[in-house]
Every structure is written in structure tokens, then in C-alpha cells.
Design a protein around this ligand. Structure first.
Ligand code: 6R9
Length: 645
């Protein structure tokens, strides 16, 4: 191994579920005999009617179909709660840490059962039935987990919309899945500031009417309740019983929809189902984080993203774990907040995103070193490639060289982690997600789809299904097939590029499509473009990503104005505000360049390759520009570029 390598520490190997030999053996079996492997591991969840069939999947372009455990029945909420009650009734299921450091709450499995049953009964009382869609637009409060599990208990399909999305984005997601119920809160609280969730939901509901809005009281801020439509959660929950019989679900019944950005069109409703998802989320949670009884596990994601679904709620709770849920932000009240929380709750496993690591790294080591962090034994990273500098800082300063780092590569579509180290088995290389999890068969292909062998670089595909894979795009199976199975026939295309080294380690290099990754949040450039052109002064817009020290990628927008409009700084601000309003703050352009013309081919296609280079401030080698309709536009773009150095 030529790179900087960190071998498995002896103490870590000693307590881990798998060492390298066991990994090799289990991995081999998982790909040689997937049916046998998953027949055995599917038993980790409790089934009402055990499955007899295991894997029934086809990646054939003409007939893409993915089914796992298809004749089994189960309920996700009983797997996450009821089955633990006997042994762990008094064990904390959720430790909630508020935005304000003086606020925290511990919810035992028994209390979780009580809360989820009440919420489920309330939903039932409001007419929600099996298969109905429920939109959840909540801050990071325990009620978010109760609401998810309550839906699962009665067989409703939840669709969580991140609290940072605008009313329009929320409306679009309500409409797409035809949800008739929204669960929201009066306000969210982040970094001492309130987020007007109920007011946003009201505005969304003007465009996408719902029958019922259930409002959780978080801050006590003033809201308008609409008679006949809106109810307070705390008032209604008092009226319903805390017993609720779980609904028997087929393994392939939908569990949730989660919208995610792609390279074209509006966000896609990624659909995950019940059995395979739970088996996969719980198994990866146990093995990747080497979760043992007594661990205090903290994933800092928001439940509005897939990481929150699989690794705050479903995976950990299915394993009877103690999962910490954090309402706030990494820098409030100080840049030492994460480590204060680690010390306060004696967190042993900590899972966060590179963007947070980079921003805390910039805030200075003293925020870290003033804390103890003795409880920590494992660190994790997710959401984007972690640069080796950030990895080294995380390892040295945060983990004091004692804690392995699991750099976990996966996607909303994959349901759970696909490429990752296992702490007791895998020597680490900073910046590499290392090796595939059990049952995952990655491959690297060239632009034509030819397999590239050995040490190589190309596009990352997965050649066979795993239980946590998404099943379809909600309401649009053809879009599912076209997006993931049409580029390279017979394979799942991830949209990511990667390098594989001589040791067979995978290094994810980032998206190869028109998706940008801003602070670990996926954003389709097309979405930002359509928000920009919706502004009356904008005639055309092209959006690309560019390297950003903290965010990983920043949003760079080239904007052509309508005839006669003045390109002013005030207008730039107005455009940023406009995008925030249309999509949400996470889509705010970092840099806007007014461009009298965009580089286009004679057929009118924008040459993004050129725009990317200029945004990266590396325009010496723009490649072939001979197909441009008007090559002179490029000079103007370079002269007026916004990212210098
Ligand atoms: C879980 C999640 C998925 C995209 C994915 C890739 C990037 C995620 C990564 C990573 C390098 C890692 N990504 N984890 N890149 N190393 N460990 O983030 O899902 O929001 O759907 O984003 O994020 O580009 O394709 P999602």
C-alpha cells in the first residue's frame, strides 16, 4: 500500500463484530450466494409472516424490478420499538439535545412506544389509512421520529421535507405525492434563530391544499390556525389512547418517499419499501458503526435527509440502540458545541459531514481541545468526499488518533451505506471510502460502459441489487429506469465518478452529472437555473459548481439579463433572495456573474465544461472551443469571472 495507511488498532479489532478475515469470508459469500446470505441476515428483523422468497431482482433495462423478501410481512415500528420493550423498556431510545444547551430530554423505549402509539392513533383518527401519504415538515425534535414511526405503524407513507425548504418546494412535494396531511411545528429553532415552519406550511397549502395540518408546539411563537384544517398536536394527543395495534405490512409495501435532486427536472420521489430497507439499514448500522449495547450513538444529520432516516431513526432503533438527536447547529453557541454534547451525553460513536468538519477546523483547535471527548471511540463521515486534510484533522484533533474514521459512501437511492470501512476489519486511507459492504458489487466503467479492471478511474456503477435499494420513483417508474438503468444497460448508475487503487479501495471523486453537492446537500443545477429564469429580469441562466473551502462545492450562476436591465450588485442580491424564496436557503448562489452571452454550440446547447472551468478559475486549458457558435463570449466570461484564486 503506497498511500498513507492507518491499520486497525488492536483494541478496535478486539471488540469488533468482524475482523478482516471475517469480512473477506462474509463478503465472498454475500456475492457468491446472495440468496443464502440474505436469507440468513434477513432474520435480524422480526417478521409477522416469515419470508420464503429472498432476492427477486432484475436490472434488465426492459424490465427493471426489485423485490426482496417479497412474501414476508412485518411492521417497522414494532421492530423499532415493541420488540425491545421487554429487555430495554427503560433504556434511552432517543436522547434529544436542544438548540439551547440548557435543554435536553431522554426518551426511553417505553416512552417512545407510548408517544408513537398516540401519534399513530391521532393520524388514524384524522382518516389516514394504509398507503396514504403524509408530509412531515418538522424541525429536529423527537416528534419527528414519533411521526415517522407512527406512519410506519399504520402503514402510511411518510414524505419528509427538510425544514430549510421554501413554501414552493414544500408545495411541489405535497402535490407530487398527493399528500392530504402535513405535520409541522409552530417554529423551528436553529442557532438561536427561529424558522417559521407553520407560516411556510400555510403558504405551501395555498398552492397545495391539504385536509389536515397537525401542528407541534415547539417555541410557542404566534401562528394562525385554520379552523377545520389545523389542530394542535398536544391537544389532540391527549384525547387518544396510547395503544395502537400495528398494521401488518408486506415487505414490499412502501415505507417512505424522500425527494432528491437529479441532473434534470424536478426532484424525484425516491421510494423505499419496508422489509429490505429495514434489514439493510439496521445491518449496516450495526456493522459499520460496530454498535454494541451501551454505546451512545450520535448522527448529526437532519431527518429531512436520507442519513437522518436510516441512521438516526430506522437503523439505530431497529437495533435497540440509543440514538442522539440534535436540534441545533455545530457553531452555536460556540464552535465547540459538538464536543460539548459529546462530553455531556458520553457519546461513543459520532457521525457527521465533511462540511461541518471543515468549518470547525477553520474555527480553531482550542474549541476541541478544551473538551474531554474521552467517551468517543469511532468517528464517521458522510455526504461528500472528505479531503485528506479534513480527515487528518478529524482523526488527530477530534479523535486523538484513537478513533477509526468510517468514510461511508451512499445515496438517498441506496437506502443505506454501500462503500465503507468496517472498523475492526479495514485499514484506513484518508479520503477513501475503501471497500464494499456485504452484498454490494461496485464496478468502474468507461463512458461506453466497458468494465475497467484493476487500478483505474471511471464511473461508479453497481452491478447487482442489495436489499436497501430504492424500488422506483414514486408515480414514475419509467423515470426510475431512465435515470439509473439507461446509461449503462444492466447496471445501476450512481452518477458518481471514482478511482479504484491497487488495493481495491474506492475513492469517490464526486458527481459526474449535473448535480452539485453543497455542504453535503444535493442540488440539481437545473433546479437553480429554473428558479433564476423565473425572475422577470432574467433571460437565461446556467449554474455550475466550483470548489469551495467549507461547503465542498459552491453554486456559481451565470446570468443573462433581459434586454435593457442593468447588471447591478443590488440585482445580484435580489436574485440570491429570489432563489432562496423559490427553493430555500441551501440553494443560494454563492457567486453570480452577469454574462451578456453564454457559450453555446451551434445547436444551442450550453457548453457547461467551459463554464465549469471558468468558475474554477482554471481557464488556461478550455479544451476544444471550435464548436462554439460565438467563441468571443468566452473572453468576456473570463474577463468578468467572479472566482479569482
Ligand atoms: C447519503 C447521502 C449522495 C451523493 C453521492 C455522492 C455524495 C455521499 C459520500 C459522497 C464521497 C462519501 N457522497 N457520501 N461522496 N464520499 N462518503 O449523502 O445521500 O444526499 O443522496 O447524496 O453524495 O456524490 O452520489 P445523498
Amino acid at each position: 500500500m503506497s498511500d498513507n495507511v492507518f491499520p486497525v488498532p488492536a483494541e478496535v479489532a478486539a471488540r469488533a463484530y468482524v475482523d478482516d478475515a471475517k469480512y473477506q469470508e462474509m463478503y465472498r459469500r454475500s456475492v457468491e450466494d446472495p440468496d443464502g446470505f440474505w436469507r440468513e441476515h434477513g432474520k435480524r428483523v422480526d417478521w409477522i409472516k416469515p419470508y420464503t422468497k429472498v432476492k427477486h431482482t432484475s436490472y434488465d433495462y426492459h424490465n427493471v424490478s426489485i423485490k426482496w423478501f417479497e412474501d414476508g410481512t412485518l411492521n417497522v415500528s414494532t421492530n423499532c420499538i415493541d420488540r425491545h420493550l421487554e429487555k430495554r423498556g427503560d433504556q434511552p431510545a432517543i436522547i434529544w439535545e436542544g438548540d439551547d444547551p440548557s435543554e435536553h430530554k431522554v426518551i426511553t423505549y417505553r416512552e417512545l412506544h407510548h408517544e408513537v402509539c398516540k401519534f399513530a392513533n391521532l393520524l388514524h383518527f384524522k382518516g389516514v389509512k394504509k398507503g396514504d401519504r403524509v408530509t412531515i415538515y418538522l424541525p429536529m425534535i423527537p416528534e419527528a421520529a414519533y411521526a415517522m414511526l407512527a406512519c410506519a405503524r399504520i402503514g402510511a407513507i411518510h414524505s419528509i421535507v427538510f425544514g430549510g425548504f421554501s413554501p414552493d418546494s414544500l408545495a411541489q412535494r405535497i402535490q407530487d405525492c398527493e399528500s392530504k396531511v402535513i405535520i409541522t411545528a409552530d417554529e423551528g429553532l436553529r442557532g438561536g434563530r427561529s424558522v417559521p415552519l407553520k407560516a411556510n406550511a400555510d403558504r405551501a397549502a395555498e398552492k397545495a391544499p391539504v385536509d389536515c395540518m397537525i401542528v407541534v408546539r415547539r417555541t410557542g411563537g404566534a401562528v394562525t390556525m385554520v379552523e377545520g384544517r389545523d389542530v394542535w398536536y398536544h391537544e389532540e394527543a391527549d384525547r387518544v389512547s396510547d395503544h395502537c395495534a400495528p398494521v401488518e405490512m408486506n415487505a414490499e409495501d412502501p415505507l417512505f418517499i424522500l425527494y432528491t435532486s437529479g441532473s434534470t427536472g424536478s426532484p424525484k420521489g425516491v421510494l423505499h419499501t419496508t422489509g429490505g430497507y429495514l434489514v439493510y439499514a439496521s445491518m449496516t448500522h450495526q456493522y459499520v458503526f460496530d454498535y454494541h449495547d451501551g454505546d451512545i450513538y450520535w448522527c448529526t444529520a437532519d431527518v429531512g435527509w436520507v442519513t437522518g432516516h436510516s441512521y438516526i431513526v430506522y437503523g439505530p432503533l431497529a437495533n435497540g440502540a440509543t440514538t442522539l438527536m440534535f436540534e441545533g447547529v455545530p457553531t452555536y453557541p460556540s464552535a465547540g458545541r459538538f464536543w460539548d454534547v459529546v462530553d455531556k451525553h458520553k457519546v461513543t460513536i459520532f457521525y457527521t459531514a465533511p462540511t461541518a468538519i471543515r468549518s470547525l477546523m477553520g474555527a480553531g483547535d482550542e474549541h476541541v481541545t478544551r473538551t474531554s471527548r474521552k467517551s468517543l471511540r469511532l468517528l464517521g463521515s458522510v455526504g461528500e468526499p472528505i479531503n485528506p486534510e479534513a480527515w487528518m484533522w478529524y482523526h488527530k484533533v477530534v479523535g486523538e488518533e484513537r478513533c477509526p474514521i468510517v468514510d461511508t459512501w451512499w445515496q438517498t437511492e441506496t437506502g443505506g451505506i454501500l462503500i465503507t470501512p468496517l472498523p475492526g476489519a479495514t485499514a484506513l486511507k484518508p479520503g477513501s471510502a475503501t471497500r464494499p459492504f456485504f452484498g454490494v458489487q461496485p464496478a468502474v466503467v468507461d463512458a461506453e460502459g466497458n468494465f475497467l479492471e484493476g487500478a483505474t478511474e471511471g464511473n461508479l456503477v453497481i452491478t447487482d441489487s442489495w436489499p436497501g435499494q430504492m424500488r422506483t420513483v414514486y408515480g414514475d417508474h419509467e423515470r426510475f429506469v431512465q435515470t439509473y438503468f439507461a446509461t449503462y444497460k444492466g447496471m445501476y448508475f450512481t452518477g458518481d465518478g471514482c478511482r479504484r487503487d491497487a488495493d481495491g479501495y474506492y475513492w469517490i471523486t464526486g458527481r459526474v452529472d449535473d448535480v452539485i453537492n453543497v455542504s453535503g446537500h444535493r442540488m440539481g443545477t437545473a433546479e437553480v437555473e429554473s428558479a433564476l429564469v423565473a425572475h422577470p429580469k432574467v433571460s437565461e441562466a446556467a449554474v455550475v459548481g466550483y470548489p469551495h473551502d467549507i461547503k465542498g462545492q459552491g453554486i456559481y450562476a451565470y446570468v443573462t439579463l433581459m434586454e435593457g436591465e442593468e447588471p447591478t450588485d443590488a440585482l445580484k442580491k435580489e436574485l440570491v433572495a429570489h432563489v432562496r424564496k423559490e427553493i430555500g436557503p441551501i440553494a443560494s448562489p454563492d457567486l453570480i456573474q452577469f454574462a451578456p452571452g453564454l457559450p453555446k454550440t451551434r445547436s444551442g446547447k450550453i457548453m457547461r465544461r467551459i463554464l465549469r472551468k471558468i468558475a474554477e478559475d482554471s481557464f488556461e486549458n478550455l479544451g476544444d472551443t471550435s464548436t462554439l457558435a460565438d467563441p468571443t463570449v468566452v473572453d468576456d466570461l473570463i474577463t468578468n469571472r467572479q472566482n479569482r484564486g
